[in-house]
Write a protein that binds this ligand. Structure first.
Ligand code: SF4
Ligand code: SF4
Length: 173
């Protein structure tokens, strides 16, 4: 399947479904959309969706974070915005925040993103069971599908190691 098409389909899982059945941005004044130097990683192949969408509010660059697939080292793409976007075109990382996929001894788990503890009141206060059930289910379904791809799995192993550094710092999960 074409990566751009796949991500555009996955985006739709989160057009109407959000972490809790309320506007959580009202709790924190959209804390996760502030800090324009942070950016969000795009998942492998996701940048191709932006080649189609071509929005003017996003800037995509190579990050320093890499993974190796089929003997080739690849830079993970990172997207920057100015704190405003078309919500129907926002990246997958924004749609699933404050949850994230994580490989636990080779097994996919959906966890609270340890990078979110410092900014997101939901990540600080809720357990996974407290999030909207359909939100958690859609996050899981999206990554069950993506992890069928060998390159995505290579990425996810590196990404999980990267998350573990934050977990150690926050002593959670
Ligand atoms: S930081 Fe957390 S609570 Fe605030 S808008 Fe983002 S996801 Fe919602
Ligand atoms: S792309 Fe949209 S949802 Fe994501 S950080 Fe920027 S403003 Fe927030």
């Amino acid at each position: 399947m074409n990566s751009a098409y796949l991500y555009l389909q996955l985006y739709r899982l989160f057009d109407q479904i959000t972490p809790i059945p309320a506007d959580c941005g009202a709790l924190c004044d959209k804390a996760c959309c502030k800090g324009d130097d942070c950016g969000m990683f795009l998942f492998p192949g996701e940048a191709s969706a932006y080649s189609l969408l071509n929005p003017d509010w996003i800037r995509i660059e190579n990050s320093d974070f890499t993974y190796t697939y089929a003997g080739v080292q690849k830079n993970v793409k990172i997207a920057f915005c100015n704190g405003n976007c078309d919500r129907y075109q926002r990246p997958l990382a924004c749609r699933i925040f404050p949850l994230t996929p994580y490989l636990d001894n080779g097994k996919l788990r959906i966890i609270r993103d340890p990078r979110a503890y410092a900014v997101c009141p939901l990540a600080k206060a809720l357990t996974l069971n407290d999030f909207d059930r359909n939100f958690v289910k859609n996050v899981r379904n999206a990554f069950v599908l993506l992890t069928k791809n060998a390159e995505f799995m290579a990425f996810l192993q590196e990404y999980s190691d990267y998350l573990e550094d934050f977990m150690r710092f926050f002593d959670k999960e």
